[in-house]
Write a protein that binds this ligand. Structure first.
Ligand code: BT5
Length: 305
């Protein structure tokens, strides 16, 4: 959020405070104060005009409410409805925008991996983080892991028994609550951008997502989406700079480690016990022929033999 707007909101939250007082405090014109107040109202901030001045009465439940008080270096672009936040994120990345979180209440053309459909009804948290890291292309998977860890920890804080299934799902009792789609572009040795798309079935009825899915509403009831989104983005921002911490947190939160798995890879199925995760996101599987390292593929948890 633009610094002046944030400061205006901070000032109004201690209100009532008059327009001229705000203007003086921020060293801007009265007309500028009025313009900012009008556009903040359009974004959903409830700002009352009383005889003794302005008061911030409420912050939007989602949307612009996420940017206010976000403690991470991402701008926020909010859409009530959009095709896909990842598509919009890619567009912004290609056009040279800096780091930005594209957020939507509803998506009408959202995607999973391999162009699978992803249901995104109103009430969810559909967010794509446009990142511009200075890392080699081969390290990009750590961003997916960082997003999974950040999201799982934020959900656990709300009492949701979330666990990570390699490589990119968050489950509760085997039902999918969150999906992550990471896309990127770069030269062989340098990433030019990464878009990490996170889809959380938040305040959504379970009967409007696939049968294999669950929602936060079903697990613990409705939550403050703006606070949850901020928590995910802030934790992601901290984790992405600390790959070792990502891996140790991932080991703690994973339901895949210790399981017998079948992973479909382009080179054929890998079946064995998932025993560890290695940088940047490689699963170590103990098969009948020894240890194998798998960097991508669809993973199925099998019953122990
Ligand atoms: C994923 O794909 O899990 C990645 C999903 C990423 C969605 C986010 S939302 C924000 C951003 N914008 C986008 O356009 N995408 C990202 P995959 O592992 O391929 O799983 C897809 C499968 O999950 C589908 O084939 C369904 O079986 C199932 N599925 C679809 N919608 C679901 C939902 N809302 N909740 C749980 N499972 C779902």
């Amino acid at each position: 959020m633009q610094e002046t707007r944030r400061r205006i909101l901070d000032t109004l939250s201690t209100g009532p405070v008059s327009g001229p007082e705000v203007a003086e405090e921020l060293d801007i014109s009265r007309a500028a104060v009025w313009k900012h107040v009008e556009s903040l109202r359009e974004e959903g901030f409830e700002i009352e005009s009383r005889d003794d001045g302005y008061v911030l009465a409420s912050v939007p439940e989602f949307g612009a409410g996420v940017a206010y008080e976000l403690d991470a270096p991402f701008d926020v672009e909010y859409h009530e409805s959009i095709g896909s936040t990842n598509d919009r994120g890619r567009e912004l990345a290609v056009s040279g925008e800096g780091e930005i979180a594209v957020l939507a209440d509803e998506q009408t053309g959202s995607r999973g991996r391999l162009d699978r459909e992803w249901a995104s009804p109103s009430g969810g948290i559909w967010v794509s983080l446009v990142c511009r890291p200075d890392i080699p292309t081969a390290h990009a998977p750590i961003y997916t892991l960082a997003a999974a860890v950040a999201t799982t920890e934020s959900l656990r804080d709300l009492g949701v028994d979330a666990e990570i299934k390699w490589p990119n799902d968050i489950l509760v009792d085997g039902e999918k609550l969150v999906g992550i789609l990471t896309e990127m572009e770069g030269e062989a040795d340098r990433v030019s951008w990464i878009v990490v798309g996170i889809g959380i079935n938040a305040n959504v009825d379970p009967d409007i997502v696939p049968e294999t899915a669950t929602t936060v509403r079903e697990q613990v009831g409705d939550v403050d989406r703006a606070a949850l989104t901020r928590s995910v983005i802030e934790r992601f921002d901290e984790y992405r700079a600390n790959p070792d911490e990502v891996l140790s947190a991932w080991r703690e939160l994973s339901v895949t480690l210790g399981q017998r798995v079948r992973i479909e890879t382009p080179g054929g199925d890998v079946v064995g016990d998932a025993i560890d995760i290695e940088f940047p996101g490689t699963l170590v599987v103990e098969t009948a022929d020894g240890s194998t390292r798998v960097s991508a593929g669809d993973c199925e948890h099998l019953r122990p033999t």
